[in-house]
Design a binder for this molecule. Structure first.
Ligand code: SIN
Ligand code: CO
Length: 390
């Protein structure tokens, strides 16, 4: 893409954020964000009608047996919790005898197109905040125990009934020696019974405990991860270090002989501080590092190369769509995709922003890309990051 200084024009947003939404109980996304997001829970009766029949226990169990799918089996054996990680064999799953157990499968949006479709209804939120959709199946009394998450989470009941106890817990101490994080002193303030189609939004650190009432309780959790400052700093600094690739060596020609060989030289501290200062004087490098970190695929994610070459897609007059596993973001001057960053500007940037916001680009828009940008998109296609629109 050729860099220029044109101001980017705003791409059309995927949904009307001022319109009342059934998913949000009649609130518009704008009102929801102002009144509830990161502030207080929201219970929505009948948030989604079409979903309950979407996933079956058999489907979920099949996913939990697949290599490359993150799954966990949690059993509550009268207060003695046990957790096993998948993939499982169907024999293991059918041999679980405890009544109170639950099976959790992460990344359901990759496994079922209807879940991916559902996630798009949450795109009034920045894609950078989305983690994934987790599905759980629980037998009577099953759940993952009283806990809190570092996530904003939308808990959508797909089938069966779950009793949620929630509270703005202050005491976040955990039970010792447990295979999962369980609150030691859970103090619920509200109880809600959720049936198929009902949804509960909880801000991060809001304590909750969901217990299945009867078998075949299926819950979908749409999680929005808030990165921790320390963790993000570590990842961004690592990228910056690689990006700037400064081989300047620390030098100490004036170091006198010492009687305290174990003491850290003060000049070494200055050298490290100077390295960080230098990085911070390069805001574009920081922006690139952040974009690369936020679009880096999760460990274990792999992409499949397409069967047809890109020329065949163009020849057939097809457009492209973003693969469900791809993370594609942009800022004022860059496009970020699956851990890579590109400087962008002009009409190409406008079209790539359209691809990012709408998750697709039609054949005529593909044809309007410059030769450089089209080559880049063809590389994304060959890598399996974008697919032919069918
Ligand atoms: C579940 O689906 O059982 C647990 C979801 C959660 O508590 O975040
Ligand atoms: Co939770």
């Amino acid at each position: 893409m050729i860099q220029d200084n044109e101001t980017p024009t705003g791409a059309q947003m995927p949904q009307d954020i001022a319109k009342p939404s059934a998913l949000l109980g009649g609130l518009s996304p704008t009102d929801f964000m102002m009144a509830h997001w990161q502030k207080k829970p929201l219970l929505i009766r009948g948030a989604h009608g079409a979903l309950p029949a979407m996933l079956s226990r058999a489907e979920l169990f099949d996913w939990a047996c697949r290599e490359g799918v993150e799954s966990r089996l949690i059993e509550d054996k009268a207060g003695k919790w046990a957790m096993r990680k998948g993939p499982f064999t169907s024999k293991i799953l059918s041999s679980v005898k405890t009544p109170t157990w639950t099976l959790l499968v992460q990344g359901a949006e990759v496994l079922h197109p209807a879940v991916a479709e559902l996630l798009s209804a949450f795109r009034f939120l920045p894609d950078a905040r989305l983690d994934d959709a987790m599905v759980s199946w629980a037998s009577d009394g099953g759940g993952v125990g009283p806990h809190f998450d570092s996530y904003d989470v939308f808990l959508l009941q797909l089938s069966g009934t779950r009793r949620w106890q929630i509270g703005p817990q202050k005491d976040l101490r955990l039970q010792a020696d447990m295979p999962l994080k369980l609150l030691a002193h859970f103090e619920p303030e509200e109880t809600h019974l959720l049936g198929p189609g009902d949804m509960l939004y909880l801000p991060p650190k809001w304590a909750h405990n969901g217990v299945a009432q009867g078998d075949d309780c299926i819950t979908l959790s749409v999680g929005f991860k808030a990165p921790a400052r320390g963790g993000l700093l570590g990842e961004v600094l690592l990228r910056l270090g690689e990006m700037l690739d400064d081989e300047t060596l620390y030098s100490d020609p004036n170091q006198p002989a010492t009687r305290e060989p174990a003491r850290m030289p003060a000049a070494l501290g200055d050298f490290a501080r100077d390295a960080i200062d230098r990085v911070l004087t390069q805001p574009l490098a920081l922006a690139c590092a952040l974009g690369e970190v936020m679009t880096d695929p999760k460990p274990g994610v792999w992409f499949e190369a397409p069967e047809a070459p890109f020329e065949a897609v163009l020849g057939a007059g097809l457009g492209i769509r973003v693969n469900v596993k791809t993370r594609l973001l942009y800022d004022d001057g860059h496009v970020f995709i699956n851990g890579e960053s590109y400087v962008a500007g002009g009409h190409d940037f406008e079209l790539l922003r359209q691809l990012a916001n709408h998750q697709q680009l039609g054949a005529s828009d593909l044809g309007a890309l410059s030769a450089d940008a089209l080559t880049l998109v063809s590389e994304w296609y060959e890598a399996g990051w974008v697919d032919a629109q069918v």
